[in-house]
Design a protein around this ligand. Structure first.
Ligand SMILES: *Cc1c(COP(=O)(O)O)cnc(C)c1O
Length: 388
């Protein structure tokens, strides 16, 4: 493992480091598409779909042009639209809610589980109405939502579950990969995700042959046979060059996730000793996260971020404004205080550098810098979360 020298900048992610190890295979895969000339769908998309479905232990996978598109097409495939409500978390990337809105449905939000930062499954039942059609759990930062009680509730109330697994490629819950629990699941393949293309891409998995068929039509002008259109489909196909690139990357995903977990464990150990910030919660029994992000909390988050930046360490806030306080969602009629845990979280969270190739020395350098800003034990005990 490369060692980071004291004072060397630490980027938030380093896609170049990942590319270095696989460059010859990538070049070969791209050359293969150019030689075949099957630029639309074609061999690479078909094989990537088979390989990704197998990876997720799902029957089918359908490649699409982005994660947001995938969420929208998945909702539409279950005939969810105008007049319907879809329950999701207030603490998510806005694309989850946008997809719900773009099919004409209304996102209904719940707060986060106080022990983690993902959807509080215990709150879901209380917001079900006669208009509720679906639940969209988000495995945020690569941490699986508590899927067993969620699926039990969905079955009992006759609701569709579409997992937003855009940050959780390869994560496991009770021994099985996320994506195989819901009626469908969507993975963004945006470049910085655990499995990322070199541009926009996404994929939907399902075990339901009729949903697989509906998705294949929806992404390709409603057509399976050229110039014969069964539905008013769209053009939302997975790009063939991206599929070829993804096929090279997929066999590395487990090793990359393992490296992320090792990096998270190194951060955990150093931060436990210092208590200068609150580390992310430890995984619950039977939950195997994949650390898309490593998110700490500090009551002086903005000061800490500035200090780290001045020290050459890049951080990001995921996410500074919860869905219900976004200008785009003023129409939901929510205000400050409606989802207090999510709001507290948005004020305190800071994502530290996290990627598979992150050097042990860089992790030590990040923690040493945090400790210079926050004398051991002080900030953590002042957090609004102290004692939770
Ligand atoms: C990245 C992401 C999306 C959107 O995916 P795109 O490929 O950028 O459209 C949706 N939901 C979550 C939770 C994400 O992290």
């Amino acid at each position: 493992m490369p060692q980071s020298k004291a004072g060397e900048p630490v980027p938030f992610v380093d896609l170049g480091a990942q590319l270095k190890g696989i460059r010859p295979e990538i070049d070969e895969a791209i050359a293969g598409v150019l030689e075949r000339g099957d630029y639309i769908l074609g061999e690479s998309v078909e094989l990537f779909e088979q390989e990704f479905a197998a990876y997720c232990q799902s029957r089918f996978a359908v490649g699409v042009d982005s994660g947001t598109s995938g969420l929208e097409l998945a909702l539409a495939a279950f005939d969810i639209g105008a007049g319907d409500e879809v329950i999701t978390a207030a603490n998510t990337f806005i694309a989850t809610a946008l997809a719900i809105s773009h099919v004409g449905a209304v996102p209904v939000l719940v707060d986060i589980d106080p022990g983690t930062f993902v959807m509080d499954v215990a709150q879901v039942e209380s917001v079900i109405t006669p208009a509720t059609r679906a639940i969209m759990p988000v495995h945020l930062y690569g941490y699986p939502v508590d899927l067993e009680p969620l699926m039990e509730l969905a079955d009992r109330r006759g609701l569709v579950v579409i997992e937003d697994a855009s940050q959780a490629h390869g994560a496991r819950y009770h021994g099985r990969r996320v994506g195989g629990f819901g009626h469908a699941a969507v993975f963004s393949l945006y470049p910085a995700k655990n499995l990322g293309a070199f541009g926009d891409a996404g994929v939907i998995v399902t075990n339901d042959p009729s949903i697989d068929q509906a998705l294949r039509l929806a992404r390709n002008y409603g057509s399976l046979v050229k110039y014969h259109h069964l539905t008013k489909g769209r053009n939302r196909r997975l790009d063939t060059l991206q599929a070829a690139i993804l096929r090279v990357k997929l066999p590395h995903l487990d090793a990359w996730n393992q490296a992320r977990r090792a990096n998270a464990a190194a951060y955990d150990q150093l931060l436990d000793a210092s208590r200068a910030v609150i580390p992310p919660p430890r995984a619950a029994e039977g939950v195997e996260p994949v650390y898309h992000l490593y998110v700490v909390r500090s009551p002086d988050r903005d000061g800490l971020a500035r200090h780290l930046r001045d020290d050459g360490i890049s951080t990001v806030i995921h996410y500074p404004v919860p869905i219900h306080l976004q200008a785009a969602y003023a129409d939901l009629g929510h205000g400050e205080g409606d989802f207090p845990l999510t709001e507290g979280y948005a004020r305190e969270v800071l994502s530290l550098p996290m990627y598979p190739e992150l050097a042990a020395g860089a992790i030590e350098r990040v923690v040493a810098s945090i400790e210079r800003f926050a004398p051991a034990g002080r900030l953590a005990s002042e957090s609004i979360w102290a004692g939770t």
